[in-house]
Design a protein around this ligand. Structure first.
Ligand SMILES: *Cc1c(COP(=O)(O)O)cnc(C)c1O
Length: 418
């Protein structure tokens, strides 16, 4: 079997585990920067291409700052995410606010920051107007419904709660114009973890053609946001998306359907999360207990509070045990956490070498939708986050939660148990 690569030697990882204590997520600054540069180069054939990092994938200011230094903006969907983008130094058009079922306070904050506001429904136009006032630039999120297929993670577009129908888009832009909006953008996000680049090219074609129809209706677009959803190879045998092909072909479609039709030069944007940090994060945990009943179990000091994807979607995350190079993968383990939910498993029936208590396991591709999805159910506390910097040093960029954090929302001052 092909192995996935580690950011450091096993020896170095062991030293970090010793110094900081497991469990932790470790992120690789060098990998994040190189990947962001690769994306920018791949899409350089498009005028003013911009990646807005989907903050929800890894909401840590140290990671946001790295991406910002490489030219990324932020895609936010909540008040805390807006504040995080602000704290990272992002302002105005460097922030896209794509939310749904949005509270007024969030629209007010987005407006205050000058963010590009991307509306999820027709009814949000008057709502935004009443609560924050209409900015001069408005974007709508398009839901193509049965025109496109989705997948297991995001669902089918026609069953997804997001966006406006095509007909509503025309109504919405027209209403916005009547209310004085002068500049327009279009957005779609209809897929998640997709590895087929042609899927995105179909989306680009759909969006560029729609841009032509909108221009015909008197709505010239200033930007076209193709969303995120670019997948990563979680399994060692999977192929990564050929970004150079994707960028080149998107530029070709743009030349044909936008420039070629005299639609000006709207900026093309993406808002990838997973692609930007996913492969550059690892959850490192220690085997705490072994258990042999009807199946063999390896219980870790991490649990689904640190990484939910396997429990939530049955997602595959590759696991490398340290110090087992060359050992036969002749045992089948369920690799579990300590939560009182039977789906708290990082892997089921995974072939691994014989594991011992104290063995360190590295779980791959946890840099997006990993720590971020954590929760406190069952009194479980989320792990720390570490950053492997360009200088080769490792720093803590978020401490682990403590029981004080867990109790922080309770007030015991006038409370006595009996
Ligand atoms: C989650 C999300 C993204 C990022 O998705 P990835 O699969 O991480 O690329 C982008 N845009 C919106 C609106 C999202 O909700």
């Amino acid at each position: 079997m092909t192995e996935k690569t580690l950011p450091l030697s096993e020896e170095q990882l062991r030293e970090i585990a010793e110094e900081f204590g497991t469990p932790f997520h470790l992120y690789d600054e060098r990998g994040i920067r190189a990947n962001m540069r690769r994306l920018s180069r791949a899409f350089a054939g498009l005028p003013d291409f911009k990646e807005y990092f989907a903050v929800k994938a890894a909401p840590n200011p140290y990671l946001l700052r790295i991406l910002r230094e490489e030219g990324a903006g932020a895609d936010c969907s909540s008040l805390p995410e807006l504040i995080l983008a602000e704290k990272t130094g992002l302002r105005g058009r460097e922030i896209v606010f794509t939310s749904n079922d949005t509270p007024a306070a969030e629209y007010r904050k987005a407006a205050e920051l000058g963010a590009i506001i991307n509306l999820d429904d027709l009814s949000h136009l008057p709502f935004l107007r009443e609560t924050a006032g209409l900015p001069d630039l408005i974007s709508f999120r398009y839901n193509p419904g049965p025109l496109r297929r989705g997948n297991a993670i995001i669902g089918q577009p026609e069953a997804a709660k997001y966006g406006l129908t095509k007909e509503q888009l025309f109504t919405g832009f027209e209403q916005a114009r009547v209310w004085g909006v002068k500049r327009f953008g279009l957005h779609a996000m209809i897929i998640s973890n997709e590895l087929d680049p042609d899927y995105f090219l179909d989306t680009a074609r759909m969006m560029f053609e729609l841009a032509g129809e909108l221009a015909g209706a008197g709505v010239p677009l200033e930007f076209i946001n193709l969303g995120g959803g670019v997948g990563i190879p979680y399994r060692p045998e999977e192929q990564e998306v050929d970004l150079e092909y994707l960028g080149r072909e998107t530029a070709r479609l743009y030349a044909e359907l936008i420039t070629g039709r005299g639609l000006g030069s709207p900026r093309v944007a993406m808002e990838c999360g997973r692609l930007m940090t996913g492969p550059f994060g690892w959850l490192v945990a220690t085997v705490r207990h072994k258990k042999d009943i009807y199946k063999q179990y390896a219980g870790l000091d991490a649990c689904m509070a640190d990484l939910m994807r396997p429990a939530l979607y049955g997602a595959y995350h590759h696991i490398t045990p340290l110090g087992k190079t060359g050992a036969p993968y002749d045992h089948l383990y369920d690799v579990t956490g300590s939560l009182c939910e039977n789906n708290d498993k990082f892997a089921i029936d995974r072939p691994l070498p014989l594991l011992e208590r104290g063995d360190i396991l590295v779980i791959h591709d946890t840099g997006a939708h990993g720590h971020a999805m954590g929760f406190n159910y069952n009194g479980k506390l989320r792990s720390k986050e570490l950053l492997l910097g360009l200088d080769g040093r490792t720093r803590q960029i978020r401490r682990a939660e403590t029981t004080d954090d867990y109790f922080a929302t309770l007030d015991f001052t006038d409370f006595t148990g009996r």
